[in-house]
Each structure stands twice: as C-alpha cells, then as structure tokens.
Design a protein around this ligand. Structure first.
Ligand SMILES: NC(=O)c1ccc[n+]([C@@H]2O[C@H](COP(=O)([O-])OP(=O)(O)OC[C@H]3O[C@@H](n4cnc5c(N)ncnc54)[C@H](OP(=O)(O)O)[C@@H]3O)[C@@H](O)[C@H]2O)c1
Length: 272
C-alpha cells in the first residue's frame, strides 16, 4: 500500500516542493495550507488532496487532521513545515507579533503533534519531521531573537518528546535548513519597527540589506532539502538532526569550536 504524508504550509517554498516530490515518488499527500482556494498547481496531482489548515487554529487542526485520516485511512509521516519570521528589535515588536511568532513556529507543531498522536498510537507508530533552522541551534544575525526563540523551542520540544514517544514506536526528526532558492519566506517577514525609536535603525538596515542581497551561494537548492526529507521519511537516513547546507554547517562548526563569548563577538562584528 502507498505511504501517506501530511505536510503543513504547502502554499509555497519547501512545503510545496515537498508535496510535489512525494507525490511524484508515488506517495499519497495530504497537502495543507491556509488558502486552498488559491492553489492551482498541487490540484493537478491525483494523489494529492488539499486541506485548509492554519496551524494556529485548533478547530482547523482537528478538522484537517481528521479529514486527512478519513481520506487516506492512514498517515505514516507528518512534516511540520509551516513557519514565518518576525525580525527586528525586541523592544519594537508588537505584542501580537511576539505571540504570532510563537503561535506559528512552535505552538503550531505542538497542535499538529497532539492531533496526530492518537492516530499514531493506534497504528503502532509513525514519524514527525519538524522543519527547524540553523537559527534553532545557534544565533546567526542580530535582531532575530524572536525567530531564534521559536526554533530553539521547536528543537527542545522535539528532543524532549523523544523519550515518551520512543516506547510507542513514534519517531522524531529535525532538519535545520538555512533557506532554499525559491521560498517566499523573506516576503512574509514581519519587521518590528517604530519610527520614534531610531537606535536600532543601523542594525535593521544592515540585516534587511543582507536578506535582500543574500546570493544563491548562501542558499540551498530546494530539491536538495526535499530529498533530505524524503530520505528521512523513507528511513534511508536515521539522523535525528540534519543540518543542511554550507551556511548552517559552517556556523555550527564555528559555534562548536570556540567559546560562546568568542562566537557572539564574531557574529556581532559582522554587523558592526
Ligand atoms: N527561507 C528561509 O530562510 C528559512 C530558513 C530556515 C528555516 N526555514 C523554515 O522552513 C520552513 C518553510 O519555509 P520556506 O522557506 O519554505 O518559506 P515560505 O515559502 O514562506 O513557506 C512558509 C509556509 O508556511 C505557511 N504558513 C505561514 N503561517 C502559517 C500558519 N499560521 N498556518 C499554516 N501555514 C502557515 C505559509 O503559508 P501562507 O502562504 O498562507 O503564508 C507557507 O506555505 C519554515 O518553518 C521556516 O521557518 C526557512
């Protein structure tokens, strides 16, 4: 019987590319997104079914997970991919944006995992793959504290869950990507700004410039990341964490080789 994967955030970027790739490899795909009425690409695949899902909305989480289980009978793997970034000085962040950053990137996966646990228990197993970032393991730029918080928390959540889910044959995986060549992430970044407070302007300008000009050599081919997800889902790779790409692996090598004080100073100097 064909395997089935459930993916969040499939309207663009890594989520959409993953939905396509798994379908092309013969998997059934429950592709979820906030606005299915806008989708014109994934609808062309007979083995993809699309479900409405905002991962922060508990009613939609219950509906989408149940509808996907009813449609396919069994879900084998769940990818928690949906995510967004709130960048800028913490002092300038709107209260709602602080909560939203956590709600999407951290609480969202919690909602999805809790919704699927009864199904996985009944099936005698399953797998959650959580899409993190190297920003979940280390800092890399100034003004990313909220995004770092959300992905560090996702890492802790996933590692912490290992012990209670291992006896149930429910596996956990993390990928730490650093940005793919064709995602919509930067366009969706929420910037914390306040025209009355200018002390963070210089750093903000430098970070925006970096985001806008980051050349392709700093990013990874989307298909390469998708293939990592596929290898994890098919158990070709059993790695708990997979850091993807030169940027992330380079930063992790630095982070692991020098004291934290040296690391922080070095990153800081990149923006001085
Ligand atoms: N791009 C990067 O630089 C980068 C680096 C490291 C890690 N990541 C992580 O990789 C994952 C995929 O991002 P991407 O790079 O492919 O960017 P992307 O193209 O912006 O994709 C993000 C997806 O998440 C969805 N989403 C946002 N809020 C949602 C919500 N409340 N409920 C359900 N879906 C929601 C978006 O849907 P809408 O179209 O409805 O907004 C979109 O489909 C994210 O977890 C991100 O944090 C990205």
């Amino acid at each position: 019987m064909n395997k089935t994967i459930f993916i969040t955030g499939t309207s663009s970027g890594l989520g959409k590319a993953s939905a396509r790739y798994f379908a092309e490899q013969g998997w059934n795909v429950a592709a979820t997104m906030r606005s299915p009425e806008k989708e014109t690409d994934l609808t062309k695949y007979s083995n993809i079914k699309i479900f409405r899902l905002d991962v922060t909305n508990l009613a939609e989480v219950q509906q989408a997970t149940q509808d996907a289980i009813n449609a396919f009978g069994k879900i084998d793997v769940v990818i928690n991919n949906a995510g967004m970034g709130a960048y800028g000085a913490l002092e300038l962040a709107k209260e709602a944006d602080i909560d939203w950053q956590f709600a999407v990137n951290t609480r969202g996966p919690i909602n999805i995992i809790r919704a699927f646990l009864p199904h996985f228990r009944n099936n005698g197993g399953g797998m959650f793959i959580n899409v993190s970032s190297f920003m979940g393991l280390t800092t890399a730029v100034p003004l990313g504290s909220l995004y770092n918080m959300s992905k560090f928390a996702l890492e802790g959540l996933t590692e912490g869950l290992y012990y209670e889910l291992k006896p149930l044959n429910i596996e956990l995986r993390l990928i730490e990507q650093g940005g793919s060549t064709d995602n919509n992430f930067i366009n969706n970044v929420v910037w914390n700004v306040n025209p009355d407070i200018t002390v963070y302007d210089d750093l903000t300008r430098k970070l925006k410039h970096l985001f806008e000009t980051a050349d392709r050599s700093l990013k990874d081919d989307t298909l390469d990341i998708v293939k990592v997800l596929f290898d994890l889902a098919t158990r070709k790779s059993n790695k708990f964490r997979t850091v993807i790409g030169n940027s992330g692996n380079g930063l992790m090598a630095l982070r692991n080789s020098v004291p934290i004080e040296t690391y922080l100073e070095q990153i800081s100097q990149n923006f001085s």
